[in-house]
Structures are given as C-alpha cells and as structure tokens.
Design a protein around this ligand. Structure first.
Ligand SMILES: Nc1nc2c(ncn2[C@@H]2O[C@H](COP(=O)(O)OP(=O)(O)OP(=O)(O)O)[C@@H](O)[C@H]2O)c(=O)[nH]1
Ligand SMILES: [Mg+2]
Length: 410
C-alpha cells in the first residue's frame, strides 16, 4: 500500500454513513432522514488510535508526529475515509445507480458496513418499524460479490482465451482483472492458496468463479459491521441477535449522532471530552475550569441523555472503535522510520521523536518499506532497535522490526 489507507463506509440509504464520516473527521457531509441524501462520494481524513512506539521506549514527552498527534502514548494516525451513496438490493444490476456507487469503492482497503440497528428503516432506507437489520448484512455483501463477479464474467470468454494464448498463471490472469480494485498479486495469490483449486483456470465453471470472487472479496474488502443508532430504544434486541451470529472482532456498536453532538459541544466550549472514551466533563463537573461555558437546562438534559443512553451503557460512542476495527481487519501494523535509531529523532539529538508513522500490512518486508520511504535513494544498510542490522528480507509485525533507520550510502 503505497498510498494512504482508504476505508469505505457502505450501507443502505439512511443507515448513518455520512453521520459516521462526520463523527470521525472534520467533514460536514450532508445528512438527512430520507434515502439518497448522498449522491457523490465524500472523502475526509480520520484518525485511527494506536499504541505508539514512543511509550515502549519511554519517549512520550518528546513524541511529535508530523501528521495526526500523540498523547500519553496513544497516537492518532491519519487514514482516508470515503462515504458513498446508499446501496439497495439489486445495486449490482444498476438499481439505485448501484453500479456507479459500487465503482466508487474500488480502491477501498476495508469497508465499514454502517447498519441501522434500530430497525426503523427498511432495505431501501425508508421509515418503518421492526425491520430486521440482520438482513442487510447478508444482502449487502451479496451485492458486492455479485458486482465483482458480474465484471469478471462479462469478459470471461476473452479472459480465458488470453490466458491460454499467453500461457499465464492463474494469479497473473486474475491480477490483470482485479488490479482495477487496487488489488496486488499477493492478494490474488493468497485467495487462490486458500481455495486449493485443482482445476486449471480455463476449465473453471460458474461455481468455481463464484468461490474465487467470494474469497477475493474477503481478502480485498475485509468488512467491519458498525451497528449504528444504539441510542434508539429498539436497538437492543437486534444487537444481541447480530452479536450472537458474527465474529465479535468484526462487530462494533456505534452512535454516530452522539459523537457528532459531542464534537459540536467541544468546539462550542461546553464540554471536555476524551475521544474514544466515556469521559465527558461539563462546567457542572469542573466548576473551577475557566474555559468551560455554563450549561442551560436544555443542554444539561441532552448531555445527560447521551451519557445514559450511550456513554455509560456502551463505554463510548463506538466510532473510534469502528475505525480501529477496520484497520485491524486489514491487518495493518504501524512502522516508524527514523533517521537516528538511538534517539528516534529526524534531526537534532534533543529534538522531537517518531515524526513519521506508516501503516503497513503485517508481514511486509523491510526492503519494500525502505523503497516506499526512500524511493530510489541508494541504501548502505538498515538498522533496527538498538542499532542492530536488519535485512531487507526481514518482515514487520506489531513491535517487531517496526522502528527502522535507513542509512544512505552506496
Ligand atoms: N438515532 C440515531 N440516528 C442517527 C444516527 N446516525 C445517523 N442518524 C440519523 O439517520 C439519518 C440518516 O443519516 P445519514 O448519515 O444521512 O445516512 P446515510 O447512510 O449517509 O444516508 P444516504 O446518504 O441517504 O445513503 C439522519 O436523520 C441521521 O440524523 C445515530 O447514531 N442515532
Ligand atoms: Mg449519506
């Protein structure tokens, strides 16, 4: 991933995609209680919270990221978020302009499926009561699979002919087709490995193609389920039903609207808030605080509501957790390129440390990170923590080969 990590927000109309985008970024995407409020995609920078390397080496005081920030060893690393138009059943065939909308997602590294867990909107995003949101999980993934499958099958005849004529491997042929989704040969190889297919590509039947596309979708678009609108009284029974059925690592409870509300209060000076936590302080809590504005009764009541319905019940609004879960689903780990491996700074010995942080896939080689950071600059050797030599073939993991210094020289 040479470019920034891109996370796509998907879901049916009115599930809260744009609200979620606004809750995680400074975007002010239009939101509304009617389907297809968003037509053109909105892109904005969000910040995923990770445990920074500065804490590991006791340099929290000096840590100074060029992008994002770091507070007490919790680092905010920028990632791009993409909020697209709502998808409806049949989108892959063009329903609700589905084809165009799906195309907007091509380059996403992971998806957050924003689900209206209150059951107050139907599959098309229209107002209702008692809709079972578990349906949305199934059909939405189906739309994505069938969109990719459709694109592939449309050309299958010529793909097969070319494959035979050029004596290509299955990985080469498929990568040609999947590169348009920002895929790499590694991604394609991994999904073919998992399937252990015996038949050569030119003999694949429809069922085999479908299995390949399913595996590719899992590899290329790992998906987190954000059960949104948990503040709504109808949410509870739907939450437990979904939580029982799906991988807990991939399910997050959110109230995007609460986060947007709290962020607004922070800007207006009514509250102090630690993002990603339940801690929210007002003038009532901190009467000696000079910066906080006093509350009126109406505002006090609204804040009490958010505390009772969301913060105290669920521990946070959940949006930061959703972003973190998406980054974890891609299996990204932070890597810190530094000039000086002893001080971790890029300049003076006493200067700020850990200015840069990249999110890379676990298992990426040190050599490829080096080329990403240094381009064609000739490298003499690479140092890791403690000044030890690290080979270009070594791979990175969380806390392993993740602090690196690329020493220039012929
Ligand atoms: N109760 C509650 N309502 C929410 C929450 N998040 C969003 N909403 C409401 O749901 C409606 C739809 O929100 P949007 O963010 O516009 O939804 P969207 O998914 O972007 O919709 P489209 O752009 O039409 O696809 C709005 O009325 C929001 O205020 C939430 O956490 N709780
Ligand atoms: Mg929207």
């Amino acid at each position: 991933m040479a470019r920034e990590t891109l996370i796509g927000l998907v879901g049916k109309p009115s599930s809260g995609k744009s609200t979620t985008l606004n809750s995680l970024t400074d975007a002010t995407a239009k939101t509304g209680a009617f389907p297809f409020t968003t037509i053109d995609p909105n892109k904005a920078t969000g910040y995923v919270q990770i445990e920074c390397a500065c804490a590991r080496v006791g340099k929290q005081e000096k840590c100074k990221p060029t992008y994002g920030g770091c507070k007490n060893g919790v680092r905010s690393v920028p990632v791009m978020l993409l909020d697209v138009a709502g998808l409806v059943p049949g989108a892959h065939q063009g329903r609700g302009l589905g084809n165009k909308f799906l195309d907007d997602l091509r380059h996403a590294d992971a998806l957050i499926h924003v689900i209206d867990v209150s059951g107050t909107t139907d599959a098309e995003g229209k107002n209702t009561r008692g809709y079972d949101p578990i349906n949305d999980i199934e059909w939405l993934r189906g739309e994505i699979v069938r969109w990719i499958e459709g694109n592939l099958k449309e050309r299958w005849g010529s793909i097969k002919r070319r494959h035979t004529a050029t004596k290509s491997t299955a990985v080469e042929t498929l990568q040609n087709q999947f590169s348009g989704y920002g895929s790499t040969a590694n991604v394609v190889a991994r999904c073919l490995d998992k399937l252990k297919l015996k038949t050569p590509l030119e003999e694949w039947d429809d069922e085999t193609i479908e299995r390949v596309v399913n595996a590719f979708t899992d590899e290329k678009f790992p998906t987190v389920l954000a059960l949104n609108k948990i503040d709504h009284p109808d949410a509870d029974k739907n939450i437990s039903k979904i939580a029982r059925k799906y991988d807990p690592k991939r399910v997050v409870l959110t109230s995007a609207i609460s986060e947007v509300f709290i962020r607004k209060l922070v800007k207006q000076g009514y509250v102090k808030y630690e993002e990603g936590t339940e801690f929210l302080d007002t003038k009532d809590d901190l009467p000696d605080d000079e910066e906080l504005k006093p509350l009126d009764d109406k505002l006090r009541e609204r804040i009490e509501n958010v505390r009772d319905l969301v913060l105290y019940r669920f521990g946070s609004t959940g949006v930061a957790r959703a972003l973190r879960a998406a980054v974890d689903a891609i299996d990204l780990v932070p890597v810190y390129p530094v000039r000086n491996i002893n001080t971790f700074s890029n300049g003076t010995t006493d200067g700020p440390v850990f200015a840069d942080c990249l999110l890379v896939k676990r298992g990426t080689t040190v050599g490829s990170i080096c080329r990403k950071v240094m381009g064609d600059t000739p490298i003499a050797f690479i140092e890791g923590l403690g000044g030890t030599r690290v080979s270009e073939e070594d791979t990175v993991d969380a806390g392993k080969n993740d602090i690196l210094s690329f020493r220039v020289g012929a």
